[in-house]
Design a protein around this ligand. Structure first.
Ligand code: CA
Length: 230
């Protein structure tokens, strides 16, 4: 099911958007504050973002350009002010569409569907039909969308957490030192702070392992590093 993040500080509008989108079969998350919204937007996979422009904390312009720097996911911006629409165009923030409040919720739904369909066509024509996702003992990882499921339940990983996990899973039973992982996943020399590897592996385990002391997937090889158990 496609998941949409709505960042909108006006409760009534957010609720209305959610009601209509859910009726059309979408999963909807809502954030009312810019800062929390930005964090949510980047912490997990979404198929669409609907951003209000005027928000407490961080405004919609900034959230839009931040998302666009990292992802191609469609973005619809909404604003009560007509001049914001010109600004969105002028700044080239990468928004796919914009709507002025008040708008009809069914018009919003229609545009959401259109942009999602277009995006799907784009991404499908880009790949060569090979599914690179890996499934091992109930753990499924999809490198296209960076999504992870454990026994069907989706887990929310950051980009780097996903990359560490996926890299290890692509090389099952191979023991990697922290230095190697740092070099391969972070693309840097091992002179950087390799403690970041330990931190990321711990966070991944917190999210995917039932028992962190007896991990089912990422095993610690004491004094050496980590390996993904096949
Ligand atoms: Ca607002």
């Amino acid at each position: 099911m496609s998941r949409i993040l709505v960042i909108e500080d006006e409760q009534a509008i957010a609720d209305l958007e959610r009601d209509y989108l859910e009726l059309s079969g979408f999963d909807v998350d809502i954030e009312h504050d810019g800062k929390a919204g930005m964090k949510k937007a980047l912490s997990r996979h979404y198929d669409m973002y609907i951003l209000d422009v005027m928000l407490p904390g961080i405004d919609g312009f900034e959230i839009c350009s931040k998302i666009r720097n990292l992802r191609d996911t469609p973005i619809i911006m909404v604003s009560a002010r007509k001049e914001d629409i010109d600004k969105i165009r002028g700044l080239g923030l990468g928004a796919d569409d914009y709507m002025t409040k008040p708008f009809s919720p069914s018009e919003l739904v229609a545009r959401v569907k259109a942009h999602m369909a277009r995006y799907r066509r784009l991404t499908n024509s880009d790949d060569n039909g090979t599914d690179r996702s890996i499934t091992i003992r109930g753990l499924r990882m999809d490198p296209e969308s960076h999504r992870v499921w454990v026994n069907g339940e989706e887990k929310s990983l950051t980009t780097k957490e996903f990359e560490v996990l996926f890299f290890l899973a692509e090389h099952p039973n191979h023991v990697f030192t922290k230095e190697e992982l740092f070099r391969r996943v972070w693309n840097m020399d091992s002179y950087g702070d390799i403690a970041t590897v330990t931190v990321h592996v711990k966070k991944v385990r917190d999210k995917i392992e039932k028992d962190k002391n007896n991990p089912e997937y990422i095993e610690t090889i004491w004094g050496v590093g980590y390996r993904f158990k096949r």
